[in-house]
Write a protein that binds this ligand. Structure first.
Ligand SMILES: NC(=O)CCC(=O)C(=O)O
Length: 259
């Protein structure tokens, strides 16, 4: 599986510019013959949470239309990061996963709201899992702060995903934790982690990128810098089988003690 991580400079409260930027990034990434393109968190509005009434994507329609069109045009799978969506009078931090045919594979609302960035005041939390298959490869995806909850990822990883996708807006100040948390999630779940962060700034935070791919042993396969870029990597999925075969962590679990 060849993946592209679209590390973008999300423009605060400027959906039109952000949709344009995503179109360009997907087009550029698709030129590199990838199977999956991954986008960052809240890429339509950034964390302009006080202006969601004006800027959130109503029922995710604009986002789904754009991503589906591009998925079909370039015959590529899209893990659509996340966008601010309005539905039933509530706002969600929502991910859409679209296959090469432009069909919606999965819709996921961020489960753990990040109080330090005021999500608890403006965003409604999701409660559903996000496990799907991309080109018959079992996969799952979570959003940013969700990675601090290993029990949430484990519950889904126990269903067999070989790749864990992560979409984030993770501030520079905590990037050392970002890297360690992602390496830990990869090791404990014996899966690849493909994690996309944004770059640039908003009124409250700087974002330092460092999007990265981690292998099932926790080794960093590739890592971006602090500027916009399209980072690509080949995931050798045979490695997942090999690692799980040599140390059967999932079979050795004692869920009766801790579930
Ligand atoms: N957007 C987020 O969920 C940020 C999470 C974060 O920064 C953290 O330290 O956790």
């Amino acid at each position: 599986m060849r993946v592209a991580l679209a590390q973008l400079d999300v423009q605060f409260g400027n959906p039109d510019e952000n949709y344009r930027q995503v179109e360009t990034a997907v087009t550029r990434a698709a030129e590199q013959a990838v199977d999956v393109i991954v986008l960052p968190e809240m890429w339509n509005t950034g964390y302009a949470l006080t202006r969601l009434a004006a800027f959130a994507d109503f029922e995710g329609e604009r986002t789904q239309k754009l991503l589906s069109q591009h998925a079909r045009q370039f015959h590529v799978n899209l893990v659509g990061g996340s966008v601010a969506v309005e539905r039933d009078g509530h706002y969600y931090n929502e991910m859409l996963v679209i296959n090469r045919q432009g069909e919606l594979l999965s819709r996921y609302d961020k489960v753990h709201r990040f109080g330090l960035m005021a999500e608890d005041r403006y965003i409604t939390a999701g409660a559903s899992e996000n496990v799907f298959s991309i080109d018959d490869v079992p996969a799952m995806a979570v959003i940013c702060y969700d990675i601090r909850f290993p029990e949430w990822l484990r519950k889904q990883a126990a269903q067999g995903p070989q790749v864990i996708f992560v979409a984030a807006e993770w501030p520079t100040v905590r990037l050392p934790q970002w890297r360690l948390l992602l390496q830990a999630r990869a090791i404990e779940n014996q899966a690849f982690v493909v994690a996309v962060n944004r770059v640039g700034s908003d009124p409250d935070n700087d974002f330092g990128g460092q999007s990265l791919v981690v292998d099932p042993l926790g080794q960093i396969v590739t890592e971006a810098g602090a500027h916009p870029e399209i980072l690509t990597a080949n995931l050798d999925l045979a490695q997942v089988k090999q690692v799980r075969g040599s140390m059967p962590v999932f079979a050795d679990r004692r869920p009766e003690l801790y579930s």
